[in-house]
Design a protein around this ligand. Sequence first.
Ligand code: XLS
Ligand code: NI
Ligand code: NI
Length: 440
Amino acid sequence: MSNFPTIHNITYEGPTSKNPYAFKFYNPEEKIGGRTMEEYLRFAVAYWHTFTEDLSDPFGVGTASRPWDKFSGLDLAKARVEAAFEFFEKLGVPYFCFHDVDIAPEGDTLRESNQNLDTIVAMIKDYMKDSKTKLLWNTVNNFTHPRFVHGAASSNNADVFAYAAAKVKKGLEIGKELGAENYVFWGGREGYETLLNTDMKLELDNLGRFFHMAVDYAKEIGFDGQFLIEPKPKEPTSHQYDFDVASGYAFLQHYGLQEHFKFNIEANHATLAGHTFEHELRYARVNGMLGSVDANQGHPLLGWDTDEFPSDLYSTTLAMYEIIKNGGLGRGGLNFDAKVRRGSFTPEDLFHAHIVGMDSFAVGLKVAQQLVDDKVLDDFIEERYSSFTEGIGLDIVEGRADFHKLEEHALALTDINHTSGRTEFIKATINQYLLRAFAD
Ligand code: XLS
Ligand code: NI
Ligand code: NI
């Protein structure tokens, strides 16, 4: 029995198509910069938002109406797997992602939870045999259950540290079993509510210890997925330790973990941290730490993680610019950590949501590739920094300058000549590229 009987396979029909269930810009076969769009974009469906989410918010109960709602317990979990693989196939999406609790219900004990996971993981593995959809990453939810009230790896309670470790251990085993390309750590409760009752030093040290144990265990079982930290500055805690890429990178270096991790960057988390999406991508990229992306967008007027599906072409263009400059995402991908709005409660809305997300990133890819090919930003930047390619500038970057030499240079200066940064002109040029990309 179909879960989405009204929907046929979504295919590319081009920018003028009037079919709501067709891609207008995402053409999986189309080559951009030597790779097909499908290879470049590596889209993933987030299991939690698409199959588990009921669209409740802090002020209201769930509104989602799903064909699998009539089941409960393990039957519900199985019905979701069935629906998920039908959805993946109809959307033609190459990857998916999940937390442990998204796919299987927690039991009364850890042992029982693990048994439930075993049942569903075996079922998923079976479905994956006949599907082209692979696992981009999995993770464990160490934040929802009340046992994590004071944190998980950064909890004040050593029993909870152990429980969290046991869940990650199982998560790594599942990742290996299903061939996950990455494993994600998002520290939802790894932070604090107030400093007044917090031993920050012990919590950070314990987090470092926890990650080292995870690295060791992955090695022990031969799980070779890329480890990813997903920064988020706050929510649900008032301060989260993996605040943004810069602080996460400092943490990894301090604890000697930088070789083992990269970052999974979420657009809405970037803006929560007071950064742009492209800032976080750039910071990770220039440090060789860009691993994967949680593709969503925040609401400009709301200050929390609204997890909207991406539709802002300007943002997807600047994001894809960073990703192209990174040489792609390697083993990472673009995971739609995004949910339909509470008013978009029908199963069909799940398709509309992914279509707008995929089309928006396809536009971003195409426009960004043209910006790269034409060296639009590179030329500006090269010229802007040209003072470092000769004279005193070259001495600075090549390590031939010290304060004596620089003072001597400064004393001899009569004028300092500046050129315009031309921000507005660059923005106008990007608009031209955006509007031209699909004109022919
Ligand atoms: C929550 C996070 C979460 C991670 C996975 O804000 O984005 O969904 O992606 O735990
Ligand atoms: Ni996320
Ligand atoms: Ni998020």
